[in-house]
Design a protein around this ligand. Structure first.
Ligand code: HPA
Length: 278
């Protein structure tokens, strides 16, 4: 039988966090690769290493630190997840999304998810962000849905609606902020895969045909669980590379990390501007 978490286990972690902070943020951000700088800008920070929290999965990937940073940014109380874990590291979708369950019990209402992604849409120039308007959880569609297993009624219904995974109002705020700041913001559908290998040209053409604009190895499980209990989600991908639909150029982790550095200031600017408005 599948290993899942009980409400008691989830509440234990929520309590471990609550005892260490005096504020109750409504907004949480998951910071993907290279966005740690945003958590460094948090004022009056309480930093909680993931390893100090019961059962909290710890990342093994370069560029993904592992701690919660709780404090103020742009005058708002926020809870930052600095670093996340991935399915390809060997964790189950249920483990990957345990933090989302904890956020829900802590009273978080808005979840901002960020990630690095490859641009399937050939008009995307790497080094620019993309507003995620919808997602294809291919991992979930292949049987690895994080909600598989006993349903915890305290969070949501057995068969949750997914008609609007990403909040339209928050998306509108992101568009407006990007326009005001003069930041290019593409829009599109994010496809979540298992990884860790990058995609073959035929796989990329398939993802393009089914409507994908960007592809990555995170996010879709977290958003599925977030929506289960009605969190409002805003998603921004940093496009780090152009996916080669004909196999004429290669994709490497180094390229992803390098372009990530170009993206960081743009993402930070955008996310701060958005935070200011929500
Ligand atoms: N494919 C999958 N995941 C990614 C990519 C990609 O091209 N770029 C960054 N994350």
């Amino acid at each position: 039988m599948l290993a899942t978490y009980t409400l008691k286990q989830i509440d234990k972690i929520a309590e471990e966090i609550r005892t260490r902070v005096s504020i109750q943020p409504r907004i949480s951000m998951i910071l993907g690769s290279g966005l740690g700088t945003l958590s460094e800008a948090v004022q009056n920070p309480t930093v909680i290493p993931y390893r100090e929290l019961s059962n909290w999965p710890v990342s093994t990937v370069e560029g993904h630190a592992g701690n919660l940073v709780i404090g103020q940014l742009e005058g708002k109380d926020v809870l930052m997840m600095n670093g996340r874990i991935h399915y390809y590291e060997g964790y189950s979708p249920q483990q990957i999304t345990l933090p989302i369950r904890v956020l829900q019990r802590l009273g978080i209402e808005v979840l901002v998810v960020t990630n690095a992604a490859g641009g399937i849409n050939q008009s995307f120039v790497p080094g620019n962000p993309m507003l995620i308007t919808d997602q294809i959880n291919l991992l979930g569609m292949a049987g690895q849905n994080p909600l598989r297993g006993p349903n915890l009624e305290e969070f949501g219904v057995r068969f949750p609606d997914m008609s609007q995974p990403y909040d339209r109002e928050l998306g509108q705020v992101a568009r407006k902020v990007a326009q005001e700041l003069g930041v290019t913001l593409y829009e599109g559908v994010y496809v979540g895969l298992a990884g860790p290998s990058f995609e073959s040209p035929a796989e990329l053409r398939f993802l393009s045909i089914i409507g994908g604009d960007a592809v990555g190895m995170s996010t879709t499980s977290e958003v599925t669980v977030a929506r289960h209990s009605g969190l409002r989600v805003l998603g921004i991908s940093g496009i780090t590379n152009k996916c080669s639909l004909d196999g004429e150029s290669i994709t490497s982790h180094e390229e992803v990390m390098e372009t990530g550095q170009i993206l960081t200031p743009k993402m930070v600017k955008l996310l701060k501007g958005i935070l200011n408005r929500i």
